[in-house]
Unconditional design. Structure first.
Length: 324
């Protein structure tokens, strides 16, 4: 039967890619997008899709959230809306606490009030691997690992994860949580590393690299992430957490070098042109050294696996940002 799906933050990077995927794979469903349209969102990314309606509003508005869930008979909530840029959380933490904690509370409370114990309705909370802190040279993040957030951003996300857990154990709300590694792909705001580097290379501008460039991240192609979210929504176990990673560990320096080569190739430049733009800058405060995800649980229990090769995904991303 057709359902109404609510996606918070659906005009943002991951959210808009999820809107397109759900629209494509579930053509009978109606998709309601709730988005405040901050600087990181772009309504053009989801316009023109039938059965998709954008509501401009704040996830902290409990009355609005309750109205949308109740009026439209929403049965599934993908909660992606969040402040997510670590640098911004360091210079202005208040907005992160308000949005990521206060907004998640309002969305959970709205769902609890409207659904009133209906176990066929589900709330999927999308979080980050940064709640686990920083890894050494070995090991990977997994679902039972202790939380150790090191930035105002990751602390606010850790708090929202705990709220989601509490609403399941206290009120019986059908919730599931995912913690993902660094995403990349089309439609990402240019403040993030990969689109920032691509756009600067294209303009011949310096590419800033924090510290020694040897911080390691596990990169996940956004389409693979959206496939995981779809899988968890449909097949995940209530109250459970699933770590989602691309199994693509790269130092920032190696990533930048790959981007340089792909941009030069795409623009027909001599190889090595963009590498000359690399500029090392002072390291970020509290910069976690290494992230890596152990995705064994979601692979073994739900049958999901990242399908995109790293070079292939990055090549597609470069082509998207440099298209005429």
């Amino acid at each position: 039967m057709p359902e109404t799906i609510l996606i918070t933050g659906g005009a943002g990077f991951i959210g808009s890619n999820l809107v397109h995927r759900w629209h494509r794979n579930h053509p009978q469903d109606r998709i309601q997008v709730l988005d405040k349209l901050t600087y990181a969102a772009d309504p053009k990314q989801i316009e023109g899709l039938d059965r998709v309606e954008l509501v401009v509003g704040d996830i902290q508005n409990l009355e609005l959230a309750r109205h949308l869930i109740d009026k439209n008979g929403v049965t599934k909530v993908f909660h992606l809306a969040a402040e997510s840029h670590v640098d911004r959380s360091i210079t202005g933490p208040a907005e992160f606490i308000q949005t990521n904690l206060g907004g998640t509370f309002a969305m959970l409370e709205a769902a609890r009030q409207v659904w009133a114990g209906q176990q066929d309705c589900r709330f999927l909370h999308i979080s980050t691997d940064e709640v686990y802190g920083s890894l050494g040279d070995t090991g990977k993040f997994h679902e039972t690992m202790a939380y150790a957030p090191n930035s105002p951003y990751s602390a606010s996300k850790a708090g929202s994860d705990h709220l989601v857990r509490a609403y399941h154990h206290t009120y019986g709300l059908n919730v599931v949580t995912t913690n993902c590694s660094n995403n990349y792909g089309p439609r990402q705001h240019p403040e993030k590393l990969i689109p920032l580097a691509i756009t600067r290379m294209a303009k011949g501008e310096p590419i800033p690299i924090y510290g020694d460039g040897l911080n390691v991240r596990d990169w996940l192609y956004v389409e693979d992430h959206c496939a995981a979210l779809e899988t968890v929504m449909l097949k995940g176990v209530a109250g459970e957490t699933y770590c989602v990673g691309g199994d693509n560990e790269q130092t920032n320096l190696a990533l930048i070098d790959l981007l340089c080569d792909l941009v030069d190739q795409h623009l027909g430049r001599p190889q090595g042109t963009s590498r000359k733009l690399k500029t090392f800058v002072q390291d970020r405060a509290g910069h976690d050294r290494r992230y890596a995800i152990d995705a064994t649980k979601i692979q073994a229990e739900l049958g999901w696996k990242a399908g995109s090769g790293f070079r292939e995904g990055v090549s597609q991303t470069v082509a998207w940002y440099l298209k005429p």
